[in-house]
Design a protein around this ligand. Structure first.
Ligand code: PMP
Length: 390
């Protein structure tokens, strides 16, 4: 038998397919709401100014590109920690962190670590979620359990359904949560729901795994981290998978971090296992993007430049959300959600009709990247989708 004879074809990535379709469309008025990268009002995804400056500095001063180690750039991790956890938690001796190739690398490393966990831990994942979540855990051999999350009719979290499903989770199971800016729905738990969920997680002995990929793009750097911080403060064991790829605009440079909180007795073993797993997965993470972030965070001027530009991005997205909500009452929930994504209440055939008749490209789920809109295209966009909105 041939080694590869039994392999089956796999479906192509739907969003990447959408890029191709968009490129081929000759209409000047076409709108790309598919791929999840930030765009400015000119439709561009520019390199942030602080990144450019830090890259120049790095090019001039970097003494070597010799190997680091499986943990990547430790100083990058140390400087990022206070932004994620706040000054108090960042110094928690129960927390250990490493650099990873993007948020995806952090999630995969977390999945491999969970697969080594005691018992037979499952991971609970809301419906819908980022389409890569379930495959990342399955490929690591972890069983995935879905739980309800989004109530499409109201555009909010169906918290009662979510909580009652998670009440069935076994102690030691992992609950994957979006720290902010839910992808694909934009729906977020409010403060009361986060504290109820935190209580449930602690009571049942579940392990929160917080995917924080959009800090600063929802309600601001501090607010976007507050759920992560309170969950971490309360749970004896927790995992945070972090991405710098959106909030530093570094997408293809693959910049992320994984932190694990564990009790004193197991923390050293947790770190050993993380490093052994990282070594077999990618040996060490790519350096350039993380070194660039480190250059920024080591310098007060570059840090404030970065914060300012991130805040401009955030407020542009929030402004578009408000404009959409104002334009049509059926889009009102968008004003109460956060981040780049929203799931529009459109039937599937409307998605294809909008593509054909207006050159409006969005995922088949009805997810849009709000940053793909421009101030001047909001009105024509809402006029185009209005006949189909439910
Ligand atoms: N988590 C979520 C929810 C995401 O949307 C993404 C990126 N689309 C990631 C993680 C992974 O980000 P990265 O590009 O840093 O791997």
């Amino acid at each position: 038998a041939r080694l590869f004879g039994a392999l089956e074809r796999q479906p192509a990535d739907a969003l990447l397919g959408l890029i191709g379709l968009f490129r081929q469309d000759p209409r000047a008025t076409k709108i790309d709401l598919g791929v999840g990268v930030y765009r400015d009002d000119a439709g561009e995804t520019p390199v942030m100014q602080a990144i450019k400056a830090a890259e120049h500095r790095l090019a001039e001063t970097q003494p070597t590109k010799a190997y680091l180690g499986a943990e990547g750039d430790a100083r990058f991790v140390d400087l990022l920690a206070p932004i994620v956890f706040g000054a108090a938690l960042a110094g928690d001796p129960g927390l250990t962190g490493v650099q990873t190739p993007g948020g995806t690398g952090a999630l995969r490393l977390a999945a491999e670590l969970v697969a080594r966990g005691a018992g037979d831990p499952k991971v609970w994942i809301g419906t819908p979620t980022w389409p890569n979540h379930a495959p990342i855990f399955r490929e690591a051999g972890v069983t995935v359990r879905p739980h309800p999350f989004f109530d499409a009719a109201s555009g909010t979290v169906d918290f009662a359904a979510m909580a009652s499903a998670l009440a069935e989770a076994a102690p030691g199971d992992v609950v994957l949560l979006h720290g902010c800016c839910h992808n694909p729905t934009g729906a977020e738990l409010d403060a009361a729901q986060w504290s109820a969920l935190t209580a449930l997680v602690v009571e049942r002995g579940l392990i929160p795994l917080i995917d924080l990929a959009y800090q600063g793009l929802g309600r601001g750097l501090e607010d976007d981290a507050s759920a992560t911080r309170s969950m971490l403060a309360a749970a004896p064991e927790a995992i945070v998978a972090y991405s710098c790829d959106k909030n530093f605009g570094l997408y293809r440079d693959r910049v992320g971090a994984l932190w694990v909180k564990a009790d004193g007795g197991s923390l050293a073993a947790v770190r050993d296992n993380i490093l052994v797993l990282a070594r077999s997965l990618w040996s060490m993470p790519p350096d350039h993007g993380a070194a660039t972030v480190r250059e920024i965070l080591e310098d007060a001027t570059l840090t404030s430049s970065w914060r300012r530009e991130l805040e401009e991005m955030r407020s542009r997205i929030a402004g578009l959300r408000a404009a959409l909500a104002d334009a049509d009452a059926r889009l009102a929930p968008l004003a109460h959600q956060g981040g780049m994504f929203a799931m529009l209440p459109l039937p599937r055939d409307a998605i294809f009709a909008l593509r054909a008749s207006h050159g409006i490209y969005m995922a088949e789920s009805g997810r849009i990247n709000i940053a793909g809109l421009r101030g001047e295209t909001v009105a024509s966009f809402v006029a185009a989708i209005a006949p189909y909105l439910q």
